[in-house]
Write a protein that binds this ligand. Sequence first.
Ligand code: HEM
Length: 463
Amino acid sequence: MPDGTGGGAPVLRGGWPVLGLLPALRRDPLAVFARARPLGPVVRLPVPGRHPLFAVTDPAATRHVLQENARNYRRTPFHDRLKAVLGEGLLTSDGGLWQQQRRLLQPAFRAERIRRFVAAMADSAAAMAARWEAAAGEVLDVSQEMSALTLDIAVRCMFGQEPRGGDAAIAEAVQEAQDWIAARFWSLAPDWTERLPTPRNRRFRRARAALDGLVDRIIQARLAAGETGDDLLGMLLAAQASDGAALDARQVRDEAMTMLLAGHETSAGTLAWCWHLLAKHPEVAAAMRAEIAGVLGDRRLPAPEDLQRLDLVRAVVEETLRLFPAAAWFGRLAAGPDRVAGCDIPAGSILALSPWLLQRDPRYWPDPLRFDPARFAPGMRPLPYSQFPFGGGPRTCIGNHFALTEMLVALAVLLPRVALRHASAAPVVPELLITLKPAGGLPMRVERAGAEGRHATPNAVSP
Ligand code: HEM
């Protein structure tokens, strides 16, 4: 029986008196998890407050928490920070409300529905390719560009609307909201301090108003059109209109905001990392172009059935998600006591699960920092939970097929037409706000494909 003391789990020392490891976690949680790894599969990280914190550092223990004993686990106080922007959407809700939302939304993410989005995704990418060709020789912030692309795709596919521009303002608002949430993430300050008129709080409120404005505009435009439609927004509105209304207007707003934010920043970050890795490995980019040409022939836009044949492009996306998982770690709160990998976990503990940590673990990934898409060649099967960029168990990412499809489409359209090289030799360093992105953006010079040099662009950081 669990004895309620957390007995058995080794403790990671080296923190401050009183604050323990909190300052280190604030600075770089992934480095703290990496220090914990040699101590065991579950390691206690001393922090102040009423929730004991544990790092989970091996696949079997991760599987236990996310899948086998998922019933015992809930959203954490960290998720409450996200609620300031997302409200009670699918990502942040729990229990019965979460179950009802998941059942309602799941059909919008079925494979056959996602197939129907391929044409719209390809159109968005083709518009970007044309813009990039016209900008040949110029330096672009590829992080921003990818955010604009995936926002465009999200608005078209999930909300059935032509984007109306203003992406830069929205991207800025998303960045501001992420900064604010990240700053409060490990904060011990009570909630009321969020309402103080500090410059940062004021900037955050302006950003949230901009995002609310975007979501309201989208919902109002659909209501004005007088038909619900069968995309995600249509399903939400139909659920609202149905008898015994499953959703009220606030919930429609919260779900829409959740899908818009969860559904574009993650894919944008991953695509940005893809471009970074391909600039360092031009031989892989060349092989991908050859594969795309072989499958598409002289067509410029992929059809849904083409995507299954783009094995290398898919492997590159998976290898990118291994090295740079957008959700580098996430947490669970233990509702009741549990025993994980032989360690007692008291009720009320927070467990940190980390794709970043496990996906760079040399025990499961030889030479883990090496970029090697062959790890995901057809037929390769990683050990379960040694790779889980989309989470696992009942709360697996609902948008995983959507994300993989849009990333494949984006690369299949853009790669044959353009090449990107790092614009500076400065190291590209990951920054973890809510998602993992290149710190300070990703300046790259755009060239027409075929006109680029054949050498990897110098860039200090591995891989
Ligand atoms: C590369 C892209 C993406 C990555 C790496 C990613 C990663 C994840 C992860 C790790 C989780 C599980 C979090 C947890 O268990 O606490 C998750 C959940 C979620 N994701 Fe994604 N995601 C991506 C794209 C998307 C897209 C495109 C959408 C929407 C269209 C989306 C919507 C969601 C939602 C709503 C949840 C919460 C699901 C639930 O709790 O039932 N994600 N995502």
